[in-house]
Design a binder for this molecule. Structure first.
Ligand code: BG6
Length: 511
């Protein structure tokens, strides 16, 4: 892997959970692979006053718990070396007048380490700070690239709806150029999400079939078997539509649906993703009820243990109408996908944690073995498993050995775990390293974020205006409201009910 230029990674919100659980462990994993620049430092910022030592101690705990690769004595020595690169500066990041002191501190560290005025600013703060911090940085000359690179990483949520996203983009672009902006969608950092591009465009066998002539429908599921935990306060203002659909799931749909990019570079790939998002047929407000199902988990018993319903979670309104589950059907109005339904669903407190894409192929035009088969209509499926048990599975019909021509479905599967010595880097590891190299391919571009919000807007409006639209309760630990099955057009088909193990599905597998 290439080594980035010398720089300082400046983290706003350094005393928060994201820094502790994801960012520092990911940078440590990069350090372990020897892919950080020779001259490198991290400067954590926050309102809490902490000494460098106290910050290092807390981050060491995070590394021990969450780094992927920190076992053994040599790793212990590595950790000591790495922790020396961590620094902390406490100040009120809201107050412009305090930025002069911060800048002095940053430039001093820059001179000490020799990082050549190259800075990455990471906003791991509450979203209310996304307009304030970049503006203060720019006022103090810290977005100016004359003397070194200045990049800004912005975490999701990128806006609350179309209007706020537009305003946020406008405000960021007043202070930084699009080329300096890195909007994180951590799903793009997942190895298996990137593999969607390779599966599609490096294999001659899939691409000819990847269109309306051969695909009957596409299914994308991202289920979680946990509830909102201690994030109830945040989730109440978000819900599954904003939290998962507007970003992660639409992005996956973009990668499944896109045309081959002209080149493997940031603009070519992002141009194709945005075209897909702009081609999704808008769901009119009055149609929302027919195309979108929302649900909320209610208390139940899982493996003999009682579990809380969403409304009983900490920080949640006891009469909340926030959705913890969304399933929807939409169409991509372009030459490749005309009239092919895309079904996507996501939810909390479902039976298992799985993210996967299923390409359902059309049946053969003539069902030759109909009388001998228990399967009414053979349909091949290609399952692209994003997590867990990452891999690929093709389902096809095979003759049952013996008399007659009985057909049975069998699997052909590949699991990443079968590759010897494969290390699957964490999403943050990949994305941070890309930003250090100045590669924004796996970050969302402003126009894509806006297109996704535009699609989601009528759904948000319909839910806001029409409280007759049901929010279906589903018992925690089940696959969500049954009515979601009715979204699927073909009466004999339903969602795939995935299990932890890629090769299994159905309602009875071990989860
Ligand atoms: C985040 C959402 O963006 O993605 C969370 O805010 C969700 O609610 C998480 O749990 C899921 O990510 P992953 O990588 O665990 O699938």
């Amino acid at each position: 892997m290439k080594k980035p230029n010398n720089h300082i990674l400046v983290i706003f919100g350094a005393s928060g959970d994201l820094t502790y659980r994801k960012l520092i462990p990911a940078v440590f994993d990069l350090f372990n692979q020897n892919v950080l620049p020779e001259k490198f430092a991290i400067l954590g910022l926050g309102r809490t006053q902490l000494s460098n030592d106290a910050f290092r101690k807390k981050m060491e705990e995070g590394i021990d718990k969450f780094a992927l690769n920190n076992e053994g004595n040599s790793k212990n020595n590595q950790k000591k070396e790495f922790l020396k690169k961590l620094n902390y500066y406490g100040f009120n990041t809201k107050e412009e007048s305090e930025y002069a002191g911060f800048k002095d501190h940053l430039l001093k560290l820059n001179a000490e380490v020799g990082t050549e005025n190259n800075f990455i600013f990471y906003l791991a703060t509450p979203p209310s700070m996304y307009t304030i911090i970049p503006c203060h940085l720019a006022k103090h000359g810290l977005s100016n690239e004359d003397d070194g690179f200045k990049r800004l990483i912005v975490e999701k949520p990128f806006g609350y709806d179309l209007e706020t996203a537009l305003k946020l983009n406008e405000s960021l672009l007043k202070n930084f150029n699009e080329e300096q902006l890195y909007r994180i969608d951590h799903y793009l950092g997942k190895e298996t999400v990137q593999n969607l591009l390779v599966t599609r465009f490096s294999n001659a066998i899939y691409e000819p079939l990847w269109n309306r002539n051969y695909v009957s429908h596409v299914e994308i599921t991202s289920s979680e078997n946990i509830g909102v935990g201690n994030r109830g306060g945040y989730y109440e203002g978000s819900g599954a539509l904003r939290d998962m659909v507007q970003n992660h799931l639409l992005l996956i749909a973009g990668l499944v649906g896109m045309e081959p990019p002209a080149l493997i570079n940031s603009n070519s790939i992002r141009n194709e993703i945005v075209k897909v998002l702009q081609s999704i047929r808008p769901i009119k407000e009055e149609e929302v009820e027919n195309y979108v199902i929302r649900g909320q988990y209610i208390g139940s018993t899982i493996k003999g243990q009682p579990v809380k319903g969403y409304r009983d979670e900490q920080g949640v309104d006891p009469e909340s109408r926030t959705e913890t589950y969304v399933a929807m059907k939409f169409f991509i109005d372009n030459m490749r996908w005309a009239n092919v339904p895309f079904y996507i669903r996501t939810g909390k407190m479902l039976p298992t944690r799985v993210t996967e894409v299923v390409i359902h192929f059309k049946p053969t035009p003539h069902h030759l073995f109909a009388s001998n088969s228990s399967i009414t209509q053979q349909q091949n499926q290609l399952v692209i498993r994003i997590q867990p048990d990452e891999g690929l599975l093709l389902k096809f019909g095979m003759k049952v050995p013996g008399a007659g021509f009985n057909v049975q479905n069998v699997n052909m599967d590949f699991h990443y775990s079968e590759l010897a010595d494969t290390y699957l880097p964490s999403a943050y590891e990949r994305l941070l390293h890309d930003c250090m190299l100045g590669d924004s391919t796996l970050y969302s571009r402003g126009d894509a974020v806006e297109a996704a919000w535009k699609f989601v807007k009528p759904i948000q409006e319909a839910w806001k205006k029409n409280d007759q639209i049901k929010i279906h309760g589903y018992p925690a630990g089940t696959w969500g409201p049954d009515v979601a099955d009715d979204l699927i057009e073909e009466p004999h088909l339903t969602w795939r009910y995935p299990c932890k193990n890629l090769a299994n599905d159905g309602n009875y597998c071990e989860l």
